[in-house]
Write a protein that binds this ligand. Structure first.
Ligand SMILES: [Zn+2]
Length: 163
């Protein structure tokens, strides 16, 4: 039986997902697309300063896979920076490390992915309300819809996984 592909665990979704160089007319503007896991690998390596081994662990992937994703993301950023291309962040093959929930009274909180395996939370941790709905994290092309068009957030707002 083939092993299921490992889930690429992502802890952070960037708030800004489109970067455009100044002074380039749209009709000639080229675009590179960074996947969400590429931005996560870059974040772990460059901003958190992790070694590749640690970054791979955080993303629940092998070190060679981490290295490949990181190299691909860096190459795209260099291409955009030096060749004056726009960057669009979307899609990929990943699972969020947290799921966000919201209660009837508007409180929002995050639950680690591993903790909700047995079911979603029953009470709001702030007001103990039992009226809880998951906040759908689909703004970036949730999960495996890598090649499709980006799905817009249901609530028309940006999402931070660890807000
Ligand atoms: Zn509440």
């Amino acid at each position: 039986m083939p092993r299921p592909p490992k889930c690429r665990r992502v802890e952070f979704l960037p708030a800004v997902t489109y970067f455009k160089p100044a002074g380039i007319p749209l009709r000639v503007l080229e675009e590179v697309r960074l996947s969400v896991e590429e931005t996560e690998a870059i974040r772990l390596k460059e901003l958190e300063g992790l070694e590749q081994e640690q970054g791979a662990e955080r993303m629940n992937i092998s070190r060679p896979t981490f290295q490949r994703i990181l190299a691909s993301g860096r190459q795209k950023m260099a291409d955009a920076l030096l060749n004056g291309k726009a960057i669009r962040i979307e899609g990929g093959n990943f699972k969020m490390a947290w799921h966000q929930f919201r209660c009837l009274n508007g409180h929002e909180w995050n639950v680690p992915f591993e903790e909700i395996a047995g079911g979603p939370p029953e009470l709001c941790p702030t007001c103990n309300s039992t009226s809880i709905t998951p906040v759908e994290q689909i703004a970036y092309g949730w999960g495996r819809r890598g090649s499709g068009k980006p799905h817009r957030g249901k609530y028309g707002r940006r999402y931070y996984a660890n807000e």
